[in-house]
Design a protein around this ligand. Structure first.
Ligand code: GAL
Length: 664
């Protein structure tokens, strides 16, 4: 029998972290009880030590308003515990049962065109519905009272992936909550009128009751951008209120059990401002799914890196990823040999002390029947299950890593959800601008140069870095330009790009020319935007090529250097990349989209001048990603060929294609 003391998994309260958690979402309610015995046997064979349970079990646990059925869950909890598998128990509130939505259709969200989001999929609840809140908290209380002292329980998993399907609700309940949120923010309609520039198009409000969420205003219309921006902020906050409500009840009933919820720091998800959520949970948990394509691994690393920094460098919990294909992309590509382990270990390299999958056993029916799992349709005699077992053994061997914090790099990419929202909402000079892709291109450039960089939220303590890159820093709230300036004068090196510095926190343009709030720091001024058409290219004299954007830059400080000029196009002969020395630091501006390759050419010079260099020997730069957790250095093979890493490993070592090793 394995160790049945699961307390080591209660991270926040248990300092002696000796293992990496390994597990899955477990949905036993999809299977007859005799399968459960096979499940735990195979879980033990694979080395699982934790599962997330009950995520979508509300209808099974509470089949009617006053009907409860815990017997099956009692049995599963006991079975898991008897087999030394701990439980991250969901509160079960992610998806309301039909009896509830039939009785209370007023909990169903409404989209911006006024269409009801009907039951039939999942997560069909309004974050602001008092009726939903009441029923959800009743379930939370019942779960906490029943299982709060169960020996298998190590953490509470509140709801699931907040905002995955219900991020934006335009219902009357949402309208009322939005007004309350605005009243707290602006205090008077006069202040709101100023913030929203309602003098445009006769949009002045004279009473709070007149305010609505940004509902459908007709094809081709351009709704008020400040109103939309506030609605995005409100929507993230409204979901957070629900998290807080469940969490607070859990803390009251079971104060010793840590509470988390699974974030979605991933390519396509932007509804939740996780920088404002990270402090709400006892430990950060994330779900991540690989985007197919050439930057897939870099995107994984980027997301893991950002998650680790949201967690303040402390270990975090990878709650879900996939063993192979997902089932919700247009074409669902299976992972190649080695990718299951490489993807998992890349998360560990960036601070994950738990590696879990969606899901344990592949569903035989239902919406996710084609989604991979640890036990695929073909059973345990499969390459996937063998890879799962190997990973279990690898993670057991990596127990020494557990508990180690991320070691900060010397460079960072600053990530800001509000700039993401503001840069990509109408009206905009070009709808081709992509915030997260630009940030990812800079990250890929760092990886290609072999320079370690953190991806860190904008409101973090980034002054400790020698070089900070803030791509597409579209929104610069009052105070931020001064903070960047002080940082640069004190020796920091700032890099930013096109479309930065343009608006303040109310989406008001900083007047006097672009890049607005950053003109003085950068020592440049731009009178008009000059986005590029899809078939336009702007070549630079350093051999790189710009797309999407260009700028007609005037230098306003004689000290501003030109690092590259446009060679072709409308701006030919004019500056394309600039750098202004200031104090003992500098501030650089890249005025076009260069893509990862072009960025690398510029970054090489900018990093070099900031004194930030690769920690890898030249022959490994680009081929290998280095991530560091205290004394543990992870080497991740970014290529499909073997790489000789002897120079770093200290002994003759060939890193196989897509392989990862940990050296001290
Ligand atoms: C997540 C979700 C899981 C499962 C998974 C499939 O969004 O939390 O329940 O649906 O995606 O990739």
């Amino acid at each position: 029998m394995q160790d049945q003391d699961h307390r080591w998994l209660r991270w926040p309260t248990e300092p002696a972290r000796r293992r990496i958690a390994f597990g899955a979402d477990y949905n036993p309610e999809q299977w007859p009880p005799h399968v459960w015995d096979d499940d735990v046997r195979a879980m033990r064979a694979a080395g699982l030590n934790i599962v997330s349970l009950g995520i979508f079990s509300w209808a099974r646990i509470q089949p009617g308003a006053d009907v409860w059925d815990f017997t099956w869950l009692d049995e599963v909890m006991d079975l898991l515990h008897a087999n030394s598998i701990a439980v991250d128990l969901a509160t079960g509130t992610a998806s309301p049962p039909h009896w509830l939505t039939t009785k209370h259709p007023e909990i169903l969200p409404v989209d911006h065109e006024g269409r009801t989001v009907w039951p039939g999929a999942r997560q069909h609840w309004r974050p602001t519905s008092p009726v939903f809140r009441e029923h959800a908290l009743r379930l939370v209380r019942a779960m906490a009272e029943r299982y709060g002292r169960h020996p298998a329980l190590v953490a509470w998993h509140v709801s699931n992936e907040f905002g995955c399907h219900n991020a934006y609700d335009y219902s009357d309940a949402a309208a009322a909550a939005f007004r309350d949120w605005l009243r707290a923010r602006y205090r008077s309609t006069a202040a709101l009128n100023r913030a929203w520039t309602t003098a445009v198009w006769s949009q002045r409000y004279s009473d709070w009751a007149e305010i609505l969420p940004p509902r459908w205003t007709g094809a081709g219309s351009q709704p008020n951008p400040a109103q939309r921006l506030d609605f995005l902020r409100f929507s993230s906050d409204a979901l957070r209120e629900h998290l807080r409500a469940e969490r607070d009840l859990l803390r009251e009933l079971t104060p010793e059990v840590p509470v988390t919820t699974n974030f979605m720091v991933a390519a396509s998800v932007r509804a939740v401002d996780y920088a404002r959520w990270a402090g709400e949970v006892d430990f950060v948990a994330n779900d991540h799914y690989v985007v197919p394509g050439p930057q897939g691994l870099d995107e994984l690393s980027f997301s893991a890196n950002l998650t680790g920094n949201l967690a303040g460098g402390r270990p975090w919990f990878l709650m879900e990823h996939s063993t192979s294909a997902v089932s919700w992309q247009p074409i669902n590509v299976a992972k190649r040999p080695g990718e299951l382990a490489r993807d998992s270990l890349t998360h560990v390299a960036h601070g994950a002390d738990a590696v879990c999958f969606f899901q344990w056993r592949q569903s035989a029916g239902g919406a996710e029947k084609y989604h991979s799992a640890m036990v695929p349709h073909a059973g345990t005699d499969t390459a996937v299950f063998r890879a799962v077992c190997e990973l279990g053994a690898t993670l057991r061997d990596l127990a020494r890593v557990a508990g180690a914090h991320r070691t900060p790099a010397r460079a960072a990419i600053l990530f800001d959800w509000e700039s993401w929202w503001a840069a990509e909402q109408d009206p905009r000079p070009s709808d081709r601008v992509r915030y997260r892709q630009e940030a990812l291109d800079w990250y890929t450039a760092f990886l290609d140069l072999g320079i370690r960089a953190d991806v860190t939220p904008l409101d973090a303590d980034w002054e400790r870095y020698d070089l900070v890159v803030a791509p597409l820093l579209h929104m610069v709230p009052g105070g931020l330009a001064a903070r960047l300036t002080v940082y640069a004068i004190a020796g920091g090196h700032v890099v930013t790009t096109y479309c930065s510095g343009i608006v303040d926190e109310h989406d008001h343009v900083w007047l006097g020319g672009y890049p607005g709030a950053l003109c003085d720091l950068l020592g440049i001024r731009i009178e008009e935007f000059a986005p590029l058409l899809d078939d336009e290219r702007a070549e630079l004299d350093n051999g790189t090529t710009g797309t999407v954007w260009s700028d007609r830059i005037d230098l306003t400080d004689p000290a501003t250097e030109v690092l590259a000029r446009y060679r072709t196009g409308e701006q030919a002969g004019r500056p394309a990349v600039t750098r202004r020395p200031t104090g003992s630091g500098s501030a650089a501006y890249v005025s076009t989209r260069l893509g990862a390759g072009g960025v690398a050419a510029i970054l090489d010079e900018l990093a070099g001048r900031a004194g930030v260099t690769s920690e890898l020997p030249p022959e490994l730069r680009g081929a290998v990603e280095l991530a560091v957790r205290g004394p543990h250095r992870f080497l991740i093979n970014r290529t499909d060929r073997p790489v000789d890493v002897s120079a770093v490993a200290g002994a003759a070592t060939i890193l196989g294609p897509r392989a990862v090793i940990v050296v001290r």
